[in-house]
Design a protein around this ligand. Structure first.
Ligand SMILES: *Cc1c(COP(=O)(O)O)cnc(C)c1O
Length: 371
């Protein structure tokens, strides 16, 4: 056995190190500009991110949760409406629906891809259903062609939750460009993260884009004239400047994530009862996370931790079992696949800058655990 290393679940060093001077130059530019809210930095980043996603418009907002919330607001979704979301996702997806007063309706994921099962959506559509929010979980695109066909047949809106998947694609078309209005997050640990909070909405619809620009800025397009009861949830100039620098690196970082994921896939295949996440046909992943499934999850996590390897669980409690949703009427056992994932998934370290020898050590530790 190689000597113990200390491998954190995630670190920024090798991502931020090489661009440190560029980040500081951009920060200095903003400091010296005397202009900090909705100025040229946000506009420049919005244009660059729209181009990256392959859409006409990107609108910078305060965070990913607000991106989803405003996407729902601009589509007119509110009390009495139902919105379909996956039963295993980060809580933000479900909260965004609750914020509007609409009802989140959960649909189970595929056991193997961990993404919403398009086959399960149709049975949950009612006359009150207004929209579907597919979440590209762990970085893998959902089967968007199938979901869009179904949504069009039932006259439903689609809002992609692109928080974990900037740069992924389905049938060669980028995530964030399929749905009518899509949200993403620039939380620091996302594949492209700000140095603080941030988010964006992407859309090809010019009218909705103009409306979202009002929603994020007090319902106003002309200062001190308020057309709707909007919010204050703008992306700020400093974060937009950081994001411009980091967007230039995103493809390179995603390639590195993909390379590391392929190494894990190869090395862990057939080890114990480990199951890796499977890619759906014509879908790619940018491996925001690298979860594996095993019935010995808790024991494995303890052993890895003792050997200096950081891991996390995404997510330990599915939305329907969260205390926040206790009054909602969801019951334990109602979404068995989401519950199974919560009990068996363990995310291994995977980030640009994880070295091959660190990864080999993680793999060897897992292999000897199952011996
Ligand atoms: C991170 C995340 C969000 C929310 O983003 P914030 O910027 O933290 O508000 C929404 N959905 C998913 C799937 C996420 O992973």
């Amino acid at each position: 056995m190689t000597k113990p290393l200390n491998i954190p679940f995630f670190r920024f060093d090798q991502m931020h190190g090489p661009i440190r001077e560029d980040l500081l130059t951009a920060a200095t530019r903003v400091v010296d500009s005397g202009f900090y809210i909705l100025g040229p930095e946000v506009q420049t980043f919005e244009n660059a991110f729209a181009r990256y996603c392959g859409v006409q418009h990107a609108i910078g907002v305060a965070n990913g949760l607000e991106a989803l919330h405003l996407a729902l607001k601009t589509l007119g979704i509110g009390p009495g409406d139902e919105v379909i979301v996956p039963s295993n996702t980060y809580i933000a997806t479900v909260l965004a629906v609750s914020y509007t007063g609409a009802t989140p309706v959960l649909v189970e994921p595929h056991m193997d891809t961990a993404n919403i099962d398009p086959g399960g959506i149709e049975a949950m559509i009612t006359p009150s259903t207004k929209a579907i929010i597919p979440v590209h979980l762990y970085g893998q695109s959902c089967e968007m062609h199938t979901i869009m066909d179904m949504a069009n047949r039932h006259h439903l809106f689609v809002i992609e939750d692109n928080a974990q998947s900037q740069g992924a694609s389905c049938k060669g078309k980028r995530t964030g460009s399929w749905g009518h209005v899509n949200g993403t997050s620039f939380y620091p640990g996302k594949n492209i993260g700000a140095l603080g909070d941030g988010g964006a909405i992407t859309t090809d619809d010019s009218d909705l884009a103009a409306d979202i620009r009002k929603w994020r800025n007090y319902g106003s397009s002309v200062k001190y004239y308020n057309e709707i009861k909007g919010y204050n949830c703008r992306l700020d100039e400093l974060q937009a400047a950081m994001l411009q620098v980091k967007l230039n690196k995103l493809d390179q970082w995603n390639d590195e994530r993909r390379r590391l994921a392929n190494r894990y896939d190869q090395a862990l295949s057939g080890v114990g009862d480990i199951q890796t996440i499977r890619l759906a046909a014509e879908c790619t992943s940018v491996y925001h996370l690298y979860p594996v499934r095993t019935s010995l999850r808790d024991k494995l996590q303890t052993v890895l931790s003792a050997k200096g390897i950081g891991t996390l669980i995404h997510y330990p409690v599915p939305p329907h079992l969260q205390a926040a949703y206790r009054g909602h009427g969801w019951k334990e056992g109602q979404f068995p696949i989401a519950e199974q994932h919560a009990k068996t998934l363990l995310s291994l370290p995977l980030f640009p800058g994880l070295t091959d020898s660190e990864q080999d050590y993680i793999v060897e530790t897992i292999q000897s655990f199952f011996l």
